[in-house]
Design a protein around this ligand. Structure first.
Ligand SMILES: *Cc1c(COP(=O)(O)O)cnc(C)c1O
Length: 397
């Protein structure tokens, strides 16, 4: 059984805050401050460029990839860290399309995060080979998988509502129709039991600043199934994906396996923070995390529906069909969230009308859930949101 009292003690939480937004940005692991400081002073400061070898900076993307791999059912040597998630979506999609050259359709759904769709639009435009991005309703995805589709590009958890796709089932259906899959695990890694190998996913990508607590702008990761990793041609053929970067050849030859998905110089300072954050997962069972996050979310839904009748549940009621977040709809959702944040209950707002809350058992328990509902009840039933300052739109919502 996972000791959540222990994991909770590993994170810094400001006083007076109920933090229900770990699905957007995980909190600071206390050890990250020390680790980054040490990296900067003892390594960068003293070792200077020697740190690439002496402190293993160059291997950090692979080492961290293996640590993340353990949480998502990926065997050693199949995951590498670097760049941002949007970049990794581009890489995965480009490689997947080349593995299925006779087809011209990329299938996705309108619950996907816009950046994934934008990256696909950009890539297909550059390829200029008559590709079509077909975007259907989430419920229509399964029926839309047919032999015209080259790649199924899906985010497992809908960022707005938490609605969950069945990775294993959709991947099996895709493979039966000769379709390759790219799974985005942005809201899955560190939140759900993910089994990439068991589901036979072809490619997967994800970020590390949400449930993995790597810090703002922490690098992303990419998984390539072992049967593809030695075959794929990397579209972003940077020198660190080269077979021999320090040979400085003029022609690109891809590195072995997953190494070819590296692009340029890794963000070593950010990776020090991520490495510290990954320590929190030692001794943690993903099944326990999942069970507890469903219990917390169920409690939240039950209490909010009983005490805040104006809010309408936007997420699936059944925990098994939901990721680790819960959204409610209200036409004044933006102002409601601003009023909550002003009172220390931090969630976020997703246009047009959803207030969204994440349930992350590593550092959130019943006490925070009930505390947050108490504040929400006051904000709703006393119309505390109805103030001009809560309607002012900030850059980040
Ligand atoms: C958070 C998120 C992103 C963000 O991509 P970045 O390149 O890290 O900004 C992309 N896709 C999905 C599905 C996300 O949830």
């Amino acid at each position: 059984m996972t000791d959540f009292a222990r994991t909770r003690s590993l994170f810094h939480m400001p006083d007076g805050v109920f933090y229900l937004d770990g699905n957007s940005l995980g909190p600071l692991p206390k050890s990250a401050t020390r680790r980054v400081q040490e990296m900067m002073t003892a390594q960068w400061g003293e070792q200077l460029i020697r740190g690439w070898n002496a402190s293993g900076w160059m291997m950090q993307p692979r080492r961290l990839g293996d640590r993340i791999g353990k949480l998502i059912g990926a065997p050693e040597g199949t995951v590498v860290v670097g760049d941002t998630l949007s970049i990794k979506v581009y890489q995965a999609l480009a490689s997947a399309l080349e593995l299925n050259p006779s087809r011209r359709v990329v299938l996705s759904d309108n619950g996907n995060f816009p950046s994934d769709l934008y990256m696909a639009q950009g890539l297909l435009g550059s390829l200029d080979k008559g590709y079509e991005l077909k975007v259907v309703d989430p419920e229509e995805v399964e029926a839309a998988i047919d032999e015209s589709v080259a790649v199924l590009m899906i985010t497992e958890v809908d960022y707005r509502t938490g609605r969950l796709h069945d990775m294993k089932k959709l991947t099996a259906k895709a493979h039966a129709a000769g379709v390759l899959t790219v799974w985005d695990l942005a809201h899955s890694a560190g939140a759900l039991v993910v089994d990439l190998e068991g589901a036979k996913a072809d490619f997967a990508v994800g970020c590390t600043y949400k449930y993995l607590n790597g810090g703002p702008g922490a690098p992303a990761f990419i998984y390539v199934a072992p049967e593809h990793a030695g075959k794929v041609r990397p579209a972003l053929s940077g020198w660190l994906g080269h077979e021999s970067p320090f040979a400085f050849d003029l022609d690109y030859r891809s590195g072995a396996g997953i190494d070819r998905m590296r692009v340029g110089t890794p963000a070593v300072i950010a990776m020090a923070a991520l490495d510290a954050a990954m320590d929190a997962w030692e001794g943690v069972s993903m099944a326990d995390v999942r069970k507890q996050s469903i219990a917390l979310a169920d409690l939240f839904i039950h209490e909010v529906e009983a005490r805040c009748p104006e809010l309408t549940l936007a997420s699936p009621r059944n925990g098994a069909e939901r990721g680790s977040q819960v959204s409610f709809r209200h036409p004044e959702g933006y102002a409601i969230m601003q009023a909550l944040i002003a009172r220390g209950v931090i969630g976020d707002f997703r246009a047009p009308d959803a207030v969204r809350f994440g349930f992350t058992p590593l550092y959130i328990g019943e006490q925070e859930v009930l505390g947050a509902v108490g504040v929400l009840e006051d904000v709703m039933n006393n119309r505390r949101w109805d103030e001009p300052q809560y309607r002012k739109k900030a850059l980040v919502t």
